[in-house]
Design a protein around this ligand. Structure first.
Ligand code: CP3
Length: 354
């Protein structure tokens, strides 16, 4: 494998010293970039881009050509896993993801079986290999998956849902069936992520967008425990280097204290928790990634720079911070505004690493 020319991200995720704070942006490849919209329009739709390794590689590289970012993230989606479980993922234009065959009853759930990921998700591993070749060691490549709970919300609800009525009903009325479904998703996800690592992913992130919609005991049972099973089963070293694992429960707040015990290397933090407080919650046992409000990118260059300065200051001095937004960049952002953010991190962060 090729030598890594910029390993700031991997070092920061392991809380090793770096000369500045590394950064990447959630959804850095996406609709705010005109060149992404062009590729997607030519391909026809989003999933066609995901399923074509050359196109997935092209859109993964696009933000790296524009900005001095310290990581690439695989272009794919968390819902490839339930698609491989046979639920039939599709996207309707202007709407979120949908499933042709949601699963809700004990009998539907008992029929779910861990698929052969090398077959059903082979296109993802091909994309990882293609991207690694194209990156040529420029920056590390992050692989990812959704948490079983977050993926499960889409599987049961049949698409995006604000209130999560059906899955919360299942959690209340038949929790053992829900456990079973989450376990199948967790086992599939473990194989899926290990195959991403095998193909060349150098760090792993698990996105738990909806875990904080649960009360704390339910969070532990339905969100944290299945993530824990994945972390326990992950390949943690490859080519003589540790593969850092990042867990991100959006809106976690004090739940961060529970997440530290999973054995992850880093935790993502959204903008509703101050990084100084997050650092106390985790007692400096893991690295932190975040957490500027994505809305700040709509503001003037001065306000964006101030937002970056405040985020860096709230983490404070020392290793273990990866700069990011608190959630994905939204499609309405002017790409030049992201440039202001990236330059500000490069300029303002070295003073925190003296
Ligand atoms: O960050 C990256 O650049 C990597 C790619 C990535 C995508 N989705 C591409 C995508 C990642 C890491 C995801 C994760 C994801 N997908 C999550 C967890 C993170 C989060 O945002 O909370 C979730 C919940 C999903 C499910 C999903 N995929 C939804 C709800 C939607 C529609 C709404 C939306 O934000 O567009 C998608 C579609 C999707 N996934 C797009 C992209 C670039 C937009 C598709 C398009 O081009 O129209």
């Amino acid at each position: 494998m090729n030598e890594l020319k910029n390993d700031l991200l991997l070092r920061a995720l392991l809380r090793e010293p770096t000369e500045r704070t590394p950064l990447w942006i959630m959804r850095q490849a996406g609709r705010y970039l005109p060149e992404y919209r062009e590729v997607r329009a030519k391909a026809g739709d989003f999933m066609t881009v995901c399923r074509n390794p050359e196109l997935a590689c092209e859109v993964t590289m696009q933000p790296l050509r524009r900005y001095k970012l310290d990581a690439a993230i695989l272009f794919s989606d968390i819902l490839t896993v339930p698609d491989a479980l046979g639920l039939g993922l599709y996207f309707e234009t202007g709407e979120g993801p949908k499933f042709e065959r949601p699963v809700r009853t004990a009998s539907e759930i008992s029929k779910l079986a861990v698929p052969d990921v090398s077959e059903s998700l082979g296109y993802v591993f091909d994309a990882v290999r293609t991207i690694r070749k194209e990156l040529d060691g420029q920056v590390p490549l992050i692989g990812f998956a959704g948490s079983p709970w977050t993926v499960g919300t889409y599987m049961v609800e049949g698409g995006s849902s604000r209130e999560l009525k059906i899955i919360k009903g299942l959690a209340a009325e038949d929790p053992a069936t829900l456990d079973k479904m989450l376990d199948t998703v967790a086992r599939t996800t473990t194989e899926y992520l290990n195959a991403q690592v095998e193909a060349g992913a150098q760090a792993i992130m698990i996105f738990d967008t909806w875990g904080a919609a649960l009360e704390r005991d339910d969070y532990r049972r339905f969100s944290l425990d299945p993530m824990q099973k994945i972390v326990d089963g992950l390949t943690r070293e490859r080519d003589g280097r540790r593969i850092p694992v990042i867990l991100f429960t959006k809106g976690a707040g004090p739940l961060l204290t529970d997440m530290v015990g999973t054995g992850c290397d880093a935790l993502g933090v959204d903008w509703t928790t101050d990084l100084a407080d997050a650092r106390k919650y985790v007692d400096d046992k893991v690295a932190l990634q975040g957490n500027l409000d994505p809305a700040t990118l709509r503001e003037s260059p001065e306000i964006i720079r101030q937002g970056v300065a405040d985020t860096l200051a709230s983490y404070g001095k020392g290793p273990g911070h990866v700069f990011n937004l608190g959630h994905g960049i939204t499609p309405d952002i002017d790409p030049e505004h992201l440039g202001v953010l990236v330059d500000a991190v490069h300029e303002l962060s070295p003073q925190y690493h003296e």
